[in-house]
Design a protein around this ligand. Structure first.
Ligand code: CP
Ligand code: NVA
Length: 311
């Protein structure tokens, strides 16, 4: 563990990496996935340990990080708020000091983005954002990789984001600026996007539509997410009423391009943000998308822990 706090790289939001770095990571993802599918052993993280901190629930993120690091030859340790001292008020700065002396990479799922920033500022090892209230960068890496795999480069394409201006939406906005595509956003009144929260240089990659059908028109990807994200459960009833006209259904998919794909980070609520016909239909790539969490995060951990690797 030679990295100093000053020089170590982290993945706290999508804009932490350049387009060139994502091109590299997506190519590594392709190669790593190919090895996995061919049952070829690839253990670049042998003897390395990932610590995973969960302050919110998870199925995919835990599974993909834990399986992913094991498949790279390393080990994973799971911590949650209930069973660790984090839940009893130990400062995140102190936890970062301790964890980064014992482990080689940290993944955290938590509430405010400032928590992951404080963790990273005090960590000797890379920190990965596994979802905060503000961002979900690993998920958007998987979503974009899925598009590339299904249809080719995302540059110049249009993503229609329908529903809540949440962590997924803000991460799509950052990705559009970094990689060069457009996001059409349609949210109900009172849930509008605040582009400054994504830290965008300008709004040239983003357009807002009052009518979700207009946002979907001509899109290459139509995507949505739950109407009530983790941590916002108290607003659930009001949100169900506000979002009622924002379901992605077959009519909305018809407004998109003929070869458009539907994505959803999951878990999904059929009959709320998406109809069963769409999520279970031929344009839906949600299972590939979920699987690709595993592969993109293996490329990400390899990059952050041992640096660039020649194929
Ligand atoms: N999409 C996603 O992050 O799923 P989990 O909440 O199950 O980890
Ligand atoms: N926006 C959702 C994503 C879950 C993976 C949430 O934050 O709960």
């Amino acid at each position: 563990m030679t990295n100093s706090v000053r020089s170590v790289r982290h993945f706290l939001q999508f804009s932490d990496f350049t387009r060139e770095e994502f091109d590299y990571l997506f190519e590594r993802t392709r190669w790593i996935k190919e090895q996995f599918k061919a049952y070829k052993r690839y253990w670049p993280l042998a003897d390395r340990t990932l610590v995973m901190i969960f302050e919110k629930a998870s199925t995919r993120t835990r599974l993909s990080f834990e399986a992913g690091v094991q498949q790279l030859g390393g080990a994973a340790i799971y911590l949650n708020t209930r069973d660790s001292q984090l839940g009893r008020g130990e400062p995140v700065e102190d936890a970062a000091q301790v964890m980064s002396r014992m482990c080689d990479v940290i993944m955290i799922r938590t509430f405010e983005q400032t928590i992951v920033e404080r963790l990273a500022a005090n960590s000797r090892v890379p920190v990965i954002n596994g979802l905060t209230n503000e961002f979900h960068p690993c998920q958007i890496m998987a979503d974009i990789y899925t598009y590339i795999e299904q249809r080719g480069p995302i540059q110049g394409k249009t993503v229609a984001w329908i529903g809540d201006s949440n962590n997924m939406c803000y991460t799509w906005l950052q990705a559009a600026e970094v990689l060069g595509f457009k996001v059409n956003v349609s949210t109900p009144a009172g849930y509008e996007v605040k582009p400054e929260l994504a830290g965008l240089k300008d709004c040239s990659h983003f357009e807002w539509f009052a009518d979700p059908m207009e946002a979907a028109r001509g899109a290459d990807i139509v995507t949505t997410d739950v109407w009530t994200s983790m941590g916002f459960e108290a607003e659930n009833e009001a949100r169900m009423r506000a979002f009622a006209d924002f379901q992605v259904d077959a009519e909305m998919m018809q407004a998109a391009k003929d070869d458009a794909i539907f994505l959803h980070c999951l878990p999904a609520h059929r009959g709320e943000e998406v109809s069963a016909e769409v999520i279970d239909g031929p344009q839906s790539k949600v299972w590939d998308e979920a699987e690709n969490r595993l592969h993109v995060q293996k490329a990400l951990m390899e990059f952050l822990v041992i640096g660039r690797v020649e194929a």
